[in-house]
Design a protein around this ligand. Structure first.
Ligand code: AMP
Length: 483
């Protein structure tokens, strides 16, 4: 019997690549790497059905590096092309290339929107071994006559299901037709919708199919909980703060997902006001702000990141201990991608989803798709305490007093509403002079909150508030650079 391949040394990767992998500290290949790498090295087409977090990036980057060791780049004629649906993902794959290719001297060009064409043109002129691009920007360069795709030997289409969601399939078809038929194509998707299957039938040549985990399955390393809440924003924010407090030292860092941009700004401002170390990430921020926000989160300069689904797919942020769904995602599949930000590469993680009565149908869809029943954290929706006078029968927490800002007339952050008994005990709350309840925090929590943080950006009690945006201030405008 032939022994199964279990080590990186068995896969046919070059010495330079093996050295890099060793220095990063990967001990053995993940299943997608075991499955894909030998076929990529044999120049076969690969259809990888795998979620992010399975090590799929290295499954194409490592063998590509090995193959690229022969030959050299020519001006405006990249040798390989990797298509990614978002700028963040493209930037992240570039980071992976730099990391895994530390022993190579390859030229890697990133073609993404939101940055000037000039620098990208210069890189193309010098000749790129690897082009990592979003479809729109790639076609822009092509149409400006700055790029020839006839030299592409390997084409990678990553996160194809996301491409479909974002309406990129016609662009992908066009790009595939611009690249020689003889190329090798590596195609990755978490799900195989009919449109994606059609695409693979059209552009892949007898591919080796490697299926790792169904997109509908959620990693076993993630503890998932539903948390009942009243539907008002202040109630949801209070529930979230309770959760953060209750997790204590276990919470190292977290991504908090919202469905709407407006809610990201609102929640971000509220958390700043409550002196948490927090940043925000959504699609309307310019590229530079997004990247620096992400870098700050990765480096631990901010502990909480309030984000839209832009951040949910594919972003590799190792060691996220917690995911909070401030809103239940309306597409069940987004739930899988969101909570997949934690519990990565075998580590354990926790995912809490705040649920109001209006969200019931979305939770049902998530449970149906992932074929699981998610437990309630502290009583289900029926345990919500109805508000007196029958005003809001779905509120578990009742507002003790709702303050209004005298200047704006807008509702300001409310005092902590009535808490669940269990949590009250665990928290050891006290009340400050303003009547707001405060919570005694463990040491790590104090780091997550940014009370005494010279290093943190948001150190004032009140967040800066640029005029003219109402409640919808883009997060980057709230960064006080002087501080
Ligand atoms: P990906 O699915 O490419 O987003 O990778 C998810 C995470 O797994 C990243 O943080 C990688 O650095 C990590 N990773 C990839 N391959 C391995 C491996 N063989 N052993 C341990 N971690 C890995």
């Amino acid at each position: 019997m032939i022994a199964p391949l279990t080590s990186f040394n068995d896969l046919g990767l070059s010495e330079k690549v093996l050295k890099a992998v060793k220095s990063i500290g990967y001990e053995e290949p993940t299943p997608i790497q075991l499955g894909a790498i030998p076929h990529v090295l044999k120049r076969e087409d690969v259809l990888g059905i795998a979620q992010t977090g399975t090590g799929k990036t290295a499954s194409f980057v490592l063998p590509m590096l090995t193959l690229l060791e022969k030959g050299r780049a020519r001006a405006r004629m990249p040798r390989t092309l990797i298509l990614e649906p978002t700028r963040e993902l493209a930037a992240q794959v570039k980071e992976n290339f730099d990391q895994y290719g530390i022993n190579h001297h390859l030229s890697v060009a990133l073609l993404i929107g939101g940055v000037s064409f000039d620098d990208q043109d210069r890189k193309l002129d010098r000749g790129a071994d690897v082009l990592i691009a979003t479809p729109g920007r790639l076609l822009d360069h092509f149409e400006r006559g700055k790029l020839l795709l006839t030299g592409v030997e390997i084409l990678v289409i990553d996160e194809a299901d996301r491409m479909l969601d974002m309406g990129f399939i016609p662009d992908i078809e066009r790009i595939c037709k611009l690249i020689p038929f003889t190329r090798q194509t590596l195609f990755f998707s978490a799900t195989m919708a009919p449109e994606i299957t059609k695409l693979t039938e059209q552009f892949l040549h007898t591919p080796v199919r490697i299926e790792i985990a169904k997109a509908s399955s959620t990693a076993e390393t993630i503890t998932q909980k539903l948390v009942a809440s009243g539907r008002k924003p202040w109630e949801k924010r209070a529930v979230l703060r309770d959760l953060i407090h209750n997790e204590g030292d276990e919470l190292k860092n977290a991504i908090i997902f919202c469905n709407r941009k407006k809610d990201i700004s609102e929640l971000f401002r509220s958390l700043v006001r409550h002196e948490f170390s927090v940043g925000a990430l959504h699609g309307d921020m310019d590229q530079r702000s997004r990247m620096s926000m992400l870098a700050n989160f990765k480096d631990g300069k901010i502990a909480l990141l309030v984000a839209s689904d832009v951040a949910a797919r594919g972003l590799d942020i190792p060691d996220v201990s917690h995911v909070f769904n401030y809103d239940v995602p309306t597409h069940a599949e987004d739930y899988v991608h969101r909570i997949g930000r934690t519990g990565r590469a075998g580590k354990s993680g926790k995912a809490f989803t705040i649920v109001t009565k209006a969200d019931k149908k979305y939770v049902d869809a998530i449970e149906k798709m992932s074929d699981q029943k998610i437990e309630w954290y502290d009583g289900d929706l029926s345990s919500l305490v109805p508000e007196e006078n029958g005003k809001d029968s779905d509120q578990k927490r009742t507002k003790s007093s709702e303050s209004k800002s005298p200047a704006s007339g807008k509702q300001t952050e409310t005092p902590e509403p009535k808490r669940r008994k269990k949590q009250t005990k665990a928290n050891g709350e006290k009340t400050d002079s303003s009547g707001d309840k405060q919570t005694a925090m463990p040491v790590n929590q104090q780091q997550i909150r940014s009370q005494r943080h010279n290093q943190d950006k948001y150190s004032s009690k009140e967040p800066p508030s640029p005029k003219g945006f109402g409640n919808d201030i883009p997060a980057f405008m709230l960064i006080d650079t002087k501080r």
